[in-house]
Design a protein around this ligand. Structure first.
Ligand code: PMP
Length: 365
C-alpha cells in the first residue's frame, strides 16, 4: 500500500504489512531521530534516548493488552522458534512432564523442540483430521503433575484459532501467540507466559515479545546462559546483549498506531468484519472455494481455502498478483490459498479481493 511504484494489497503471512502511517513516520525519522542527527540504528542501546524508546515500546504493549504490574514485557531475539526450546529450558526439568495441545504445524514444532529437554505429553492433537479444529474450553484434560501446558492460539499455516483464553486450572499456561496477539483483548491473568514473533501484528521480524508472570522467573534453574534465561533477561531489561534497536523502535510506533485506532477492542471489531467478508464469500461460492478450517475454529487472521485443483490455485494466485493482490499462496507445506489479514490490513483490501474472487470463479467456472 505504501509503495511508490505500485499499489498492492499485501496478504503476506509474516513478515506482513505494517500500518502505512508507521512506515511514513519511520521514513521521516530514519536519518535523524528527534533532530539528534543520528538514526535509531546508530546510537548506543544504553543511551537515554534508546532506553526511553525501549520503555515506550514496553509500556505500549502493556497498555494495549492491559498487562498488570506482576508481569514483565521482554523484547528478545531468536524468533518465536527459540521460545520452543527456551520455554522447556527454563521450566521443564528431566524429572517433570509438560503437556502440549497441537492444533497445527507450529504447535508440532514446539513439541519436537521441547522433547529435547524433558518429557512431553501431546495430550490433544488434531493432526489426524488435518488441523481443522480446536478443542472446546474444558475439553482437554491437563495432568495435575504438568510443569506447564502449551498451546498455539492461532495456527498461521492452517488458519485455525482458539476463540478463548485456555483455562489451565492449577497448571501454568504457556501460549505461542505469534499470529494473533494484539488482534483482540485477552485475559492476561490466565497466562504464565506468552510469546510472539513480532512480524505479524507487533512490528518487524527480529524481535520476539515475551510476557511473563514474575513468579515464573523467581524460581528458575541456575546454570543457563544469560541470553537464554528469562530471569537474566528480565533483570537486565531485555538487554543482556545488544537488542534489536530498530525493531523495538518500530514496535513503539505500532503501539502509537494501535492507540490511535482505539486499542485492541476496536481492532477486534474490524478484524471480525474483515474475516466475515472473506468467509462469507467462501461459503456463498457453491463450493468453488472450500475453507480449510471448521467454522468454529476459523482464524480471523489467516483465512485458508482451496480451489478444485493445484493448477487452478496457481492460476488464481498469478492472476490475483497481476491485479495487485500479493502473497496469497498457502504455506509450502500445505498448499492452497492463504489470505493473511492482520491488524494493519484494510477492510477495503478484503472487499476488493472478494470482488476478484467472484470474478475469477465466473471466468473459470
Ligand atoms: N509460531 C507461529 C504461530 C508462527 O506463525 C511462526 C512463524 N510465522 C512461528 C512460531 C515461528 O516464528 P519465527 O519465524 O519468529 O521463529
Amino acid at each position: 500500500m505504501i509503495s511508490e511504484q505500485k499499489n498492492v494489497y499485501n496478504f503476506s503471512s509474516g513478515p506482513s504489512m505494517l500500518p502505512p502511517p508507521v512506515l511514513e513516520r519511520a521514513r521521516a525519522e530514519l536519518t535523524s531521530l528527534n533532530g539528534s542527527g543520528v538514526s535509531v540504528m546508530e546510537m548506543s542501546h544504553r543511551s537515554d534516548t534508546f532506553v526511553e524508546i525501549l520503555r515506550k515500546a514496553g509500556d505500549g504493549i502493556r497498555e494495549a493488552l492491559s498487562i498488570p504490574e506482576h508481569y514483565q514485557v521482554l523484547f528478545l531475539q531468536g524468533g518465536a522458534t527459540l521460545q520452543f526450546s527456551m520455554v522447556p529450558m527454563n521450566f521443564l526439568s528431566r524429572d517433570r512432564v509438560a503437556d502440549y495441545i497441537v492444533t497445527g504445524a507450529w504447535g508440532k514444532k514446539a513439541v519436537s523442540d521441547a522433547a529435547l529437554f524433558g518429557n512431553v505429553r501431546e495430550i490433544y492433537s488434531t493432526e489426524a483430521s488435518g488441523f481443522r479444529s480446536v478443542p472446546e474450553q474444558g475439553a482437554v484434560r491437563i495432568g495435575d503433575d504438568s510443569a506447564y501446558i502449551h498451546y498455539t492460539s492461532n495456527e498461521t499455516i492452517d488458519g485455525v484459532e482458539f476463540k478463548y483464553d485456555l483455562d489451565g486450572g492449577r497448571v501454568r499456561v504457556v501460549c505461542d501467540m505469534s499470529s494473533n496477539i494484539l488482534s483482540k483483548p485477552i485475559d492476561i491473568e490466565k497466562y504464565a507466559l506468552i510469546y510472539a514473533g513480532a512480524q505479524k501484528n507487533i512490528g518487524p521480524s527480529g524481535v520476539t515479545v515475551v510476557i511473563v508472570r514474575n513468579d515464573m522467573i523467581d524460581r528458575l534453574p541456575e546454570g543457563l546462559p544469560g541470553l537464554l534465561s528469562y530471569r537474566e533477561l528480565a533483570k537486565n531489561d531485555s538487554m543482556v546483549n545488544t537488542p534489536n534497536t530498530w525493531g523495538i523502535y518500530l514496535i513503539g510506533l505500532v503501539c502509537d498506531w494501535l492507540r490511535e485506532q482505539g486499542g485492541v477492542s476496536k481492532l477486534e471489531v474490524r478484524n471480525r468484519e474483515k474475516a466475515a467478508i472473506l468467509y462469507n464469500a467462501i461459503d456463498s461460492s457453491d463450493g468453488y472455494y472450500v475453507g480449510h478450517a471448521e467454522a468454529p475454529a476459523r482464524s480471523l487472521m489467516n483465512v485458508t481455502f482451496r480451489l478444485s485443483s493445484v493448477e487452478l490455485e496457481n492460476k488464481f494466485c498469478a492472476e490475483a498478483a497481476a491485479e495487485g493482490f500479493v502473497s496469497l499462496k498457502g504455506h509450502r507445506s500445505v498448499g492452497g490459498i492463504r489470505a493473511s489479514i492482520y491488524n494493519a490490513f484494510p477492510v477495503a483490501g478484503v472487499k476488493a479481493l472478494v470482488e476478484f474472487m467472484t470474478e475469477f470463479s465466473r471466468r473459470n467456472g
